[in-house]
Design a protein around this ligand. Structure first.
Ligand code: LLP
Length: 461
């Protein structure tokens, strides 16, 4: 079981020392549960691996995986940097008290407003993604009378997805400036000429859920070669190198190499390349998202309708689905599930755990082996900490679940459950579309319960 999940003496699932059933009763379902200690362990593993393999380094957390104000506050406490990709992520982190100097601002199409905001608050590094953006940033910085530290994101011609990687001459990607044909080198040289940007380093991110260290070992020498070329042609030695994120997490049966092994392999490839090219060892940055938070997340659902189609399959429908976990529909992701309150019962039935949203593709686990499932059972899905809450939607106008964090027997809310009122908060009815009675302000209001759920009014609507 991931993180601090364990089966307690009553045969029930406990997360961070709190029974899953108790969390569901206290906070309702669906519920995202964040296991703080699991995150702590993963951060320590990365920090220890980096400390063992490289002298000067900084671990960043990729906020796109999961970010709230509270979580930004926790990440700040660990002394990590933060990879942010939008004005909204910068704002969220600032609201959580995260120091802007430790933020690194990524994105292939940052708007002028976002760049201006980033410079105004003092984001640590802007990662320039294209020649076009370099010019835009120069203008924004000049208009502010600032000189802003930057990295250049390069596309190294190596792409890694799960256990595959491919090397291509010209990488077809919307991200970064290709190394191929000297394009990245040319943009670096141009950056050196611009008065309002200060070129500090280069960055590459080659994919996500990478199960094999090889692509990391291939990319490091390519970036070192770029640094060597720049030194040769412009006499400038850059001191910062970010090799991105992409480290894998365990969803089902994947074999994940230990962090120490992947980071060690990457660092030794980097060291060898630095030696060979006689480039001084740069400060190394890594920016994992998924590897730090995926396994710290568990989603709790309540089972509703169960339906067996004889000879075909049994559908077990839960009170969440693709709006809180879009990864199955988007990436054919696979997950493990269990019945937290019935862990001692033998798993004898293969069922399809389906969501409650209006799409046939709304499935959470295609073939889950569980004890016989009944309406009212609690169901847990593991490894839901990365790209779940951050990608959640209000499809079908279903309020997004709450997020709670658990540690040492204590649970606290990170994000409140949305209410019906939240769903319509930004909606407006153009005056011509209103019923005359509404315009006159005499429409019968819909009562809203303490939970924010609309109740039929006395008129019995
Ligand atoms: N750095 C950069 C520049 C990135 O683009 C990403 C992820 C990361 C770091 C963090 O990658 P990680 O360590 O989490 O793999 N929504 C997809 C994942 C998209 C990842 C995008 N970039 C999913 O749910 O699998």
């Amino acid at each position: 079981m991931p993180g601090t999940c364990r089966v307690n003496e009553k045969g029930r699932l406990e997360i961070g020392g709190v029974e899953a059933g108790e969390l569901a009763r206290r906070f309702g379902t669906p519920l995202y549960v964040f296991d703080e200690e699991a995150f702590d362990q993963r951060v320590r593993e990365f920090q220890a691996a980096l400390a063992r393999s490289w002298r000067d380094y900084q671990l960043l957390y990729a906020g796109k995986a999961f970010l709230t104000t509270g979580f930004a506050a926790l990440v700040a406490q660990y002394g990590l940097g933060l990879d942010v990709v939008s004005g909204g992520e910068i704002y969220t982190a600032l609201q959580g008290g995260f120091p802007p100097a430790r933020m690194v601002f990524h994105g292939n199409n940052k708007t002028v407003e976002e760049l201006d905001f980033a410079l105004r608050v003092g984001v640590g590094r802007v990662v320039v993604d294209s020649a076009d953006e370099l010019h835009r940033l120069q203008q924004v910085a000049a208009a502010r009378g600032q000189v802003t530290p930057i990295w250049l994101r390069v596309t190294p011609g190596i792409e890694a997805h799960t256990h595959h990687y491919i090397q291509t001459g010209q990488l077809d990607s919307k991200f970064g400036v290709p190394l191929a044909g000297g394009q990245a080198l040319a943009v670096l040289q141009e950056a050196l000429q611009l008065p309002n940007v200060r070129l500090m380093g280069v960055h590459a991110h080659i994919g996500s859920q990478i199960l094999d260290p090889t692509p990391f070992q291939l990319v490091a020498p390519l970036l070192v070669q770029l640094l060597a070329q720049l030194r040769e042609q412009a006499g400038v030695t850059l001191r910062e190198l970010d090799l991105g994120g992409g480290f894998a997490a365990r969803y089902t049966k994947e074999v994940i190499p230990p962090v120490a092994q992947v980071v060690g392999a990457l660092a030794s490839a980097l060291a060898t390349a630095c030696d060979q090219q006689q480039v001084p060892a740069p400060k190394l940055f890594l920016e994992p998202g998924r590897a730090l938070v995926a396994e710290a997340g568990i989603t709790l659902y309540r089972v509703g309708t169960c339906k067996t189609i004889p000879g075909v399959r049994t559908y077990v429908s839960v009170d969440g689905g693709m709006a809180d976990n879009p990864r199955v529909a988007l990436y054919q992701a696979t997950y493990r599930a269990c019945l937290p309150d019935r862990l001692q019962e033998p798993a004898t039935e293969t069922v399809t755990v389906a969501g409650r949203f209006c799409e046939s593709g709304d499935v959470l686990v295609r073939d889950a082996l569980l004890p016989p499932v009944h309406s009212g059972d609690l169901l847990a899905v593991f490894t839901t900490g990365a790209y779940h809450y951050s990608m959640a939607s209000n499809y079908n106008r279903v309020p997004r679940p709450a997020v709670v964090t658990v540690r040492a027997g204590q649970a606290e809310v990170l994000v409140e459950r949305e209410t019906y009122a939240d769903l319509v908060r930004l909606d407006r009815i153009p005056s011509a579309w209103r019923r005359p009675a509404d315009v006159a302000g005499s429409a019968e209001p819909v009562a809203v319960s303490a939970h924010g759920q609309a109740e039929a009014s006395a008129a019995g609507r």
